[in-house]
Design a protein around this ligand. Sequence first.
Ligand SMILES: Cc1cc2nc3c(=O)[nH]c(=O)nc-3n(C[C@H](O)[C@H](O)[C@H](O)COP(=O)(O)O)c2cc1C
Length: 167
Amino acid sequence: MTRGPFEGGADTAALRSALGRFATGVTLATCCDRHGNPVGLTVNSFGALSLEPPLVQWALRAASPTLAAFEAAEHFAVNVLTEAQVELSRRFANPSERRFELGRWSPGRYGAPVLAGALAVFECRRQAAERHGDHVLFIGEVLHYTAHAGAPLLFHASRYRRLGEPL
Ligand SMILES: Cc1cc2nc3c(=O)[nH]c(=O)nc-3n(C[C@H](O)[C@H](O)[C@H](O)COP(=O)(O)O)c2cc1C
C-alpha cells in the first residue's frame, strides 16, 4: 500500500496501520494520583531518548482519564512486559477500575507502582510533559532501573507476538 502526501486528517486509520508495521515491545506506565491510588495503562510508544543523562520517553493520549495523574505526579515508572504477561497488557488497555488487581504490584523507590516479574523497570522523575497534537509527550530521567533475562512481549500490526529466532 502506498500513500501520497499526507494532508492531515484524511485517513488516520491508514496512518495507524502504517505505524503499526513498526514492531515494539509493550510496557505498563504507572504513577500514583494525588490520593495515592495507583494509575497505569498499556504503552508501546515508550523509547530510549538519552544515555547521559539517562532519559526515556513515551506518549499519552491527551484524552486519557489518566492524564491528570501523570501530569501531577513527580515520578512515574515504566514496566517492560514479558510474553507471559500478555493478560496484564490486555487488562491495562481496557477501561477498568481494577487494573492493579492483576499482577503483583508494590510501590517503587519513588512511589510509582512496580510490577514483580517485569523484564525491566525504569523508575523516573518527570522532566517534561509536552502536548503535541492529540498526545502528551512524557520525558523522564531514569533514577533507578532493574533488568532481567527473559522473553519480551511484542506488538506488531495490532497483534501480540513473541520473539522469533535470531537472524
Ligand atoms: C499494545 C498497546 C499499546 C498502547 N500504547 C499506548 C500509548 O503508547 N499511549 C497511549 O496513550 N495509549 C496506548 N494504548 C492504549 C491504552 O492502553 C488504552 O487506551 C487504555 O484504555 C488507556 O487507558 P485509559 O482509558 O485510562 O486512558 C496502547 C494499547 C495497546 C493495546
